[in-house]
Ligand binder design. Structure first.
Ligand SMILES: Cc1cc2nc3c(=O)[nH]c(=O)nc-3n(C[C@H](O)[C@H](O)[C@H](O)COP(=O)(O)O)c2cc1C
Length: 237
């Protein structure tokens, strides 16, 4: 086997999607970038899902999944809600507008430029993940907004990827700023789980933190508004 340079794999391009499905009376979705079209006629896609996710369970049991293509207006928050929380602990669908497709799975309507409804026709077991091969049975364009790319998510939104995603970047925890441990009041702090940045000038009004509150003065039981991580998961930017 030759040498593996993980950075070479990070040069593969992706979009960013919410994969949704159902299982009896459960409806749920998760963020994913590992989605690609594989044939045109019939239109088929491949989607790689970690076996531990609730969405994986739903897709396996129902045999259906939908893809909501996020557009570039999507904030870190929606990607975080669906990407750093499990529907096993929290009703994600109550956090967004959605409609049920013809296959009974929900499609997300917020910050979505297109939706694909599909039926699973095959699957490949890859130990940690299953690749579901699906035939698109209905699709719709919702807006002309450009689709979100995985590169944009990292470069402009400063988003991160959790360990169970197929493209987890082991280098994303590397510090760019060697002075980041310096203490200073009114410094910005970054959530090490999802990448959301606490800016003291803005505070977190929805979480009860007034603008102008230094990170050090936030109560210890405050949690990241995007992924729910505790205060001790933040580091100076
Ligand atoms: C940017 C991003 C990309 C992700 N890509 C994938 C992916 O392609 N496949 C996957 O299984 N999980 C991926 N994840 C992780 C899942 O979204 C995450 O495990 C989610 O909490 C599962 O939710 P569920 O248990 O409600 O299904 C990604 C997360 C983020 C934030």
């Amino acid at each position: 086997m030759g040498e593996i340079d993980m950075r070479a794999l990070f040069s593969i391009s992706y979009g960013l999607y919410i994969i949704s499905s159902k299982d009896d009376d459960i409806i749920n979705g998760q963020t994913a970038n590992a989605v690609t079209q594989v044939t045109a006629d019939p239109p088929q896609i491949a989607v790689a899902l970690n076996k531990t996710t609730l969405t994986h369970q739903c897709v396996k049991n129902s045999g259906f999944l939908d893809v909501s293509v996020l557009d570039q207006t999507a904030p870190l928050k929606i990607i975080g809600i669906f990407g750093f929380n499990s529907g096993r602990d929290f009703d994600k669908m109550s956090q967004c507008n959605f409609k049920l497709g013809i296959n009974g799975c929900p499609v997300i309507l917020d910050h979505t430029c297109a939706v694909l409804e599909s039926k699973v026709i095959d699957s490949i077991d890859l130990r940690t993940h299953t690749v579901f091969i699906c035939e698109v049975i209905a699709s719709e364009t919702l807006s002309k907004n450009p689709p979100m790319t995985y590169a944009y998510y990292h470069s402009d939104l400063k988003g991160k990827t959790p360990k169970n995603a197929p493209t987890y970047e082991i280098f994303s925890d590397e510090k760019e700023d060697t002075n980041s441990k310096e203490e200073s009041k009114m410094k910005k702090y970054v959530c090490q789980i999802c990448g959301w940045v606490y800016d003291p000038e803005e505070g977190d009004p929805d979480g009860g933190i007034e603008p102008g509150t230094a990170f050090e003065d936030i109560p210890d039981d405050w949690v990241c508004p995007v992924c729910g991580a505790s205060k001790d998961q933040f580091e100076p930017q």
